[in-house]
Design a protein around this ligand. Sequence first.
Ligand SMILES: CC(C)(COP(=O)(O)OP(=O)(O)OC[C@H]1O[C@@H](n2cnc3c(N)ncnc32)[C@H](O)[C@@H]1OP(=O)(O)O)[C@@H](O)C(=O)NCCC(=O)NCCS
Length: 408
Amino acid sequence: MPVRDLTSDDHVSYRRLSSGAFGGSPPDPEPRPFTPGEIPIGVDSSALPGGADGVIAAGARIRRDRITWGEGAEIACGGIGGLAVHPAHRGGGLFGELIMEILARCDAEGMPVSMLYPSNPSIYRRFGYQVVASLHSIIVPLLDLQQLPRVPGRRLVPVTEETMPRVRALYRELTAGDNAMLLREGPLFPEGLPSDGWSALLLVDDSGTDHGYVSWNRVPSSERGYGLQIHELLGRTREDRIALLGSLASWSTVLEHVCLRLRTDDPVLDVLPGAGSRPTPDPIPLLMMRVIDTAAALEARRAPAGLAGSFRLVVEDATVPAGICRAGGAWVVAAADGTISAEPTEDAGTADGGTVRLSIHAASLLLVGGRTIADARRLGLEVEADAEAGRLLDALLAGPRPSVLDAF
Ligand SMILES: CC(C)(COP(=O)(O)OP(=O)(O)OC[C@H]1O[C@@H](n2cnc3c(N)ncnc32)[C@H](O)[C@@H]1OP(=O)(O)O)[C@@H](O)C(=O)NCCC(=O)NCCS
């Protein structure tokens, strides 16, 4: 079944497929180009037995994202969006065809990792994707926030078209040490204010230096039990986070609760003054990732200062045929002077420093960073590691656990 690149002529048919699968308004009947930030691919219904002309049987978009990759590093990432198979063609293996093409395409486009938010993790897992994070939001009573002390030397500034670049700069600066945070670059993240109803405040000091921001949408509180959806609360210091969180208490005349979207191990949790917060009743979004090119994923990361050594790494990728992408293989991985190298090796013998052998799922979990071989074993993922090699791999991949906030 030929998977091909979709063009502007396919835009309406693809949108019909995706809005049919996920809901949402029917597409604008005018053909439009896809955004250059995405690679749209699909299969024609007419290429399948009993198929119809002008219908896309299966389609998906590969986002050209860049994400943080541990302290001070970045990596290209193929984010999968809008993957759907037409109801007439389901159950015939088109999903697998699309995923295989996505993996090959990410590899060809120089994207060493891929990520997605699955609605059904098990179908992606069989192709090597691994759940690496879950994304939580909490409902916070404003009564709790009224206990926060006033922070001297800080004031709030409205975010406008003009001040929006300062929010973007703060986002980049304050998430630069995280793993897997989107860099939010154009064309997928165009300049300007994000959307109607989106509001934000910058936190500045007396000299006008920016220290953080909080962004939200006002939502009908009767429907959800909270009246503000806080998208992000990022502060440079603990005091800055207290100032931003405390500023939300001003809503207590009209609202009782706000909903706060969190990063993994979000530092804002450490400044919540009360214990009255509770999880939202919504399903918890999961984040899955997959290694596409093991050597490139390792070499993109910086080695912790002072760490030196080498070991043999074997990644066994039994989920896709050999040659689809460069996740599976054997490498001599070496760390020195803050860099990591991964040279392919045919040598099956004992390497200096020992060997670590990972299934694709263990590799997809560990190579994002912030996890250890012990974590992979706890999940029942296949790992064999000589003690010294395992310690070096863990030390190389140390850092915060992965986290993604999809948009401003
Ligand atoms: C989910 C979807 C993409 C599957 O496409 P498909 O072409 O029918 O899937 P395939 O025929 O290739 O089947 C792949 C495997 O997934 C399984 N599968 C398919 N749909 C499934 C479902 N809803 N729940 C659980 N397993 C499912 C199939 O049983 C098959 O397993 P098998 O190989 O052991 O038989 C398709 O049903 C669809 O478009 N659904 C609506 C949109 C959607 O959910 N997209 C994914 C968003 S993350």
